[in-house]
Design a protein around this ligand. Structure first.
Ligand code: ATP
Length: 482
């Protein structure tokens, strides 16, 4: 492909971006509450020179990205762990939505969304959330397992549509994430036309002294706190269900933890408190216990990643150009399937994508300077198989699940900020290629004594041999492709 076809491919990617950009609702009025979640072109330019390792990971952006690209439940074969507040009470689980005795309009909404049966976490969480008297819940499971759908269903079944005041309050870490949850509420509640939703996000200015009539309020902690206390748009004493979503993302933002706790303190004792998180590190757990008294606890462990079903190789080179040449030699073999190529910096990723394009290969580039919606569009195209190869950086691709990828190339080995091997990232990048019984292939490019040392330490860490591959030997390449 010549340089202009590279430009054409970029144009095509940008066109795809425009078609999905429906996040602009009320944009003239509402600005994101946290900086840097959606990057403007100006800030993108300023940070373009930074390496991704220098850049702070933005959990809210990752979470939004996952939501934008996801269309299905994430597979998980682990057992759900349930810890009941009262261990003597019977443990209910449901295999169908009918068993929940939902209001007919709500059941209709669930089916209209294409849900046939509850997801794994919903099987246990829904009966608990809908029980009488209401019970509190802390639930943890990875992104995409059905948590949002579950708490939206709980809010919608408890709300009294005829009453015109806020009854359910949901906290989200950012404006964009609030909007995504809002969409689920609107979809699931669409057969309840009298049900209304308000967004408590910065920039959504109401007149002083006004009381809001919407039954469900979803917003970011700072604005919700203002609306409940200083501005008194909401009477917190009338809230029946309080949801704190994405607790792990929430506490990563300064101030959100305190604001959330202050809101929670204003709610009545009998208000149902629900907290959700994709991860459960100590800090999240401590926060959860402060916000949710007497909870039931549900956990669904992440599907384990393993290197057992992966063939791992390394290629010895002397410099970047040799690495590129080796990659070109391998190209035919790796593009039998879909491949992801990881680089250390944005600069290398852009260079590599452009060089591969010059060689006539059609590749997609996923880079940190793109806006979240642009990134989502690139991944979407890759998932659809429009491009077979995705070049990216580590930070940018963290947490992205593209199931059909079975080849991973580490153009640069993953290292942490001190230059030591980043074993966790290595496993996470490569482990996913061999999921669901599939065989995966990983090729590591080594171009110095230092990177050989990193590779050796990775081998030792996992106690798994990484074999040498000679990319000039066609028979060897043939071997890895089969
Ligand atoms: N019971 C179900 N049957 C089929 N699809 C479902 C079901 N529940 C949820 N989904 C779909 O699965 C996807 C993931 O669900 P959901 O967003 O609720 O997960 P989540 O755990 O909240 O993820 P996140 O942590 O990113 O918010 C969505 O596309 C949703 O519409």
């Amino acid at each position: 492909m010549a340089t202009d076809s590279w430009a054409l491919a970029v144009d095509e990617q940008e066109a795809a971006v425009k078609s999905i950009s429906n996040l602009q609702i009320k944009e003239e009025k509402v600005k994101p509450e946290t900086n840097g979640v959606i990057k403007t072109n100006a800030t993108a330019e300023k940070t373009a020179e930074k390496t991704d390792e220098e850049e702070k990971e933005d959990r809210a952006a990752q979470s939004l990205l996952n939501k934008l690209i996801r269309s299905n439940l994430v597979d998980n074969t682990n057992q759900v762990e349930v810890l009941q507040r009262d261990p003597k009470s019977p443990l209910y689980s449901v295999k169908s939505f009918e068993e929940l005795r939902l209001k007919p309009q709500l059941l209709q909404g669930v089916y209209a969304m294409g849900f046939n049966r509850p997801s794994k976490i919903q099987e246990n969480a829904l009966p608990m959330m809908l029980a009488e008297p209401p019970q509190n819940l802390i639930a943890q499971s990875q992104s995409g397992t059905g948590k949002t759908a579950a708490f939206v269903l709980a809010m919608l079944s408890r709300v009294e549509p005829a009453e015109r005041y806020p009854q359910c309050l949901c906290l989200s870490p950012t404006y964009e994430l609030a909007l995504q949850t809002g969409k689920v509420i609107e979809q699931m509640g669409k057969f309840h036309p009298e049900l209304k939703l308000a967004y408590a996000v910065r920039g959504n200015k109401l007149e002083r002294g006004q009381k809001i009539s919407e039954q469900i309020v979803i917003g970011t902690p700072g604005t919700v706190l203002d609306w409940c206390s200083k501005l008194k748009f909401i009477d917190p004493k009338k809230i029946k269900v309080f949801v704190l979503d994405e607790a792990d993302v929430m506490i990563a933002t300064q101030g959100h933890q305190d604001q959330s706790i202050r809101i929670q303190r204003m709610l009545p004792r009998n208000c149902q408190m629900l907290l959700f998180s994709a991860t459960f590190e100590d800090s999240v757990w401590k926060f959860a216990q402060k916000v949710v008294p007497d909870p039931n606890i549900i956990k669904l462990k992440r599907e384990e990643e393993t290197l057992d079903t992966i063939k791992q190789y390394y290629v010895l080179c002397n410099n970047r150009d040799e690495k590129f040449q080796a990659l070109c030699n391998l190209y035919g073999a790796i593009t039998i399937a879909q491949a992801m190529i990881f680089c250390h910096t944005r600069k290398t990723a852009s260079w590599l994508a452009a060089e591969l394009s010059k060689e006539g290969h059609q590749v997609a580039l996923l880079s940190g300077e793109m806006m979240v919606e642009q990134r989502a569009a690139v991944i979407e195209r890759f998932r659809e198989g429009k491009e077979k190869v995705l070049v990216t950086t580590n930070v940018c691709a963290r947490g992205i699940d593209v199931e059909q990828v079975s080849v991973v190339i580490n153009f640069d080995l993953p290292v942490d900020k001190d230059g030591n091997p980043d074993n966790e990232t290595y496993l996470h990048r490569i482990g996913r290629t061999g999921r669901f019984g599939k065989r995966g292939l990983a090729v590591n490019m080594v171009d110095s004594k230092h990177s050989m040392n990193i590779l050796n330490r990775i081998q030792e860490h996992f106690n798994k041999k990484i074999e040498r591959l000679d990319t000039d030997d066609l028979d060897e390449i043939e071997k890895i492709a089969n």
